[in-house]
Design a binder for this molecule. Sequence first.
Ligand code: PMP
Length: 397
Amino acid sequence: FFDTVTYTPPDAIFELTKTYNADLAARKVNLGQGTYKDENGNPWILPAVRAAKEKIKESNHEYLPILGLPSFRVLATELVFGKDSAVIQEKRVASCQALSGTGALHVAGTMLMRAFGRDRTVYITNPSWSNHRQVFESVGFGVKEFNYSLSGGVDMQSFLQSLNEAAPKSIFVFHASAHNPSGWDPSPEQWKQIGSIVKERQLFPIFDAAYLGLTSGDYDRDAFAIRYFAEEIGLEIAVCLSFAKSMGLYGERIGLCAFVSRTRTLATAVESTLAQLIRFEISNPPAFGARIVAAVLEDVDIDAEWRRNLATMSSRIAEMRLQLYQELTELGTPGDWKRLMEQKGMFCILGLTPDQVQHLQNEYHIYMAESSRISIPGLNRSNVRYVAECIHQTVKR
Ligand code: PMP
């Protein structure tokens, strides 16, 4: 029966983690997968999340409603758009709980396939997160890339040109903040330029929001592009929100898929369709992560603690960017390291060749994606000098 099935190579980044875990070297560094680590290189359970878990420990194990935990949906929607936003006041947001950011993208894709049909193209950035293409292809869309970044920042000329040349009603996947992997985000002024073309040409934006709060340490600030599009210029948009990074809930698979519609009636129709899509795919979503997020957001003190936790994570990332920059500059390592300081979010592409990346892994047990994208939180005060020295040796080779 399976003669037509050919071997599919494993996902590169998960495979890298596996190889790293199996590496017995006493000194090894994982700069691959984008997960936050504390100063000692360990996973960090956010104090806000600990407090929330304490509050929900007596919860039962019944099914959630099809669209997810109601309090979670309300609070997560308010978090993204702002409590007093017009889109919430006017009840123009349709939402459902989703299996983290990836699940939210999948639901969004499925919904848009229902609404738009197959002849629309989904545009993703080049470079982009390795999963974008296959998520949208899996629901039947053709996917095209548009040039997004240059070595020194967002390639606005190509970006705007792609928006201008795409067929009307094409779908564009934007990274709401902390573009993965480039680390370059449009400035607020640039988002405004992008927004005006999106509006004029009737394109449909999906905001992939995996790093809100972790980018600058301030959630509201990181939600600028989403709010500008939905509130200021009144566009219909989708938001695919993940709590993996912002609350350290990687394994709980908790996210939100939200659609802003022109009218309340349309939002009701969209939400009813979301319910049907969820029902036939997973029936109803898992409860634990949703309960944690709701318990954080509904308690003033725990919420305040969480905002401090976000600042802790983003400032440790900023400190590590600075330290790696200083070490490499001190060593006189050839390369353009300024970008370490200028880019946003968890990642930085170092600009090494695949051969140099392999050498770092084989020789020094330093693991990173083949593109030389590093996950900055894998650095800490005890290993940053080592990493800089090994990069130096490798580049000078
Ligand atoms: N989008 C981007 C750009 C990402 O980098 C990630 C996580 N690596 C995600 C979405 C979704 O991750 P998750 O499904 O774990 O929330």
